[in-house]
Design a protein around this ligand. Sequence first.
Ligand SMILES: [Ca+2]
Ligand SMILES: [Ca+2]
Length: 362
Amino acid sequence: MKRLIMLSLLLSLSLFNIVHAQEYSMLWKYETGNWVNSVAITPDGEYIIAGSCDDNVYLFNKEGKLLWKYKTYSIVISVSITPDGEYIVAGSYKYVYFFNREGKLLWKYETDGNILSVAITPDGEYIVTGSDDNNVYFFNREGKLLWKYGTDGDVNSVSITPDGEYIVVGSGDKNIYLFNKEGKLLWKYETDNSIYPVSITPGGEFMVTGGANIVGGNVYLFASLQAISKLIIENTKSTISQIKSKYDVKEAETLLSQAEEAFNKGDYSKAKELALKAKSLALDIDQDGIPNEEDFAPYINNYYIYASGIAILGILIIIGRMYHTHRKRKKEYERKMKEFKSKVEKWKKEGYDVSELEEMLK
Ligand SMILES: [Ca+2]
Ligand SMILES: [Ca+2]
């Protein structure tokens, strides 16, 4: 038993070590003639690209062998490589350079400023670059400029989805821009920061950007309507499954499946609206504004209960009044009868014949 405890203790300790001792060893380093501004690596680690202020673009393999270097017009600010290492894009002063893996310059493009940021789709089909001449440039693999867009500040960074469908751009004019590959401006958002880094998730669901101002900076996260409606649908689904055993949520479930249908058809705004309705309906089945948990009648709108309560009260008041009037009248009648009876008595005493009246009063 003791040994077993010892063993499990050792085991947990070694697991602890595995989790926390992630160590790296430097395989190699390479000295360039100046600052290295930008590096990128293929997912398999096979190719490493570097851009340096010594004006060179470098391609290494993972063993540290310099496969080639290329002297550009000026300092190299940004580099990017396709996952297979087949294409390399580099941004320098004035020029965008496009190489193949062998280091052959396939094309270059002249702009009016420093190329601050470059990005390429994994298939090498599209290349987007941002320049401090305030423009975004979008090229195809053959180096044809498909479109460009002028912002009011340095284009500090660009990011593109793998399918090339979405391009996000951060500008010194404090705006974040989203384009499709045809160059149509899909969305623009003004911040109170100059926008520096931008990044977009592969499906274009989320975008993260960073900004800087005089006193500090901000991180901004944006989600597409598609992503938001998906989140709301998931959230509604879990809400419904949590309360399903306690309350009858059939109507909410119907709405939720309609929301999912709309989502699958691509109508995200309808999907969002329906999912929100479904959630609200699940949490407050009779929609009287009082959550099920706090509602003494979760299936009956409390408004109706209050309304019928008021109606009943009204009827009671009327009945009360009628009763009161009736009693008043009865008393009056009794008083009058008493008065009359005493008058008859008086007349009798005075010697009148009141036998007929007495008969009536009986
Ligand atoms: Ca309720
Ligand atoms: Ca209720």
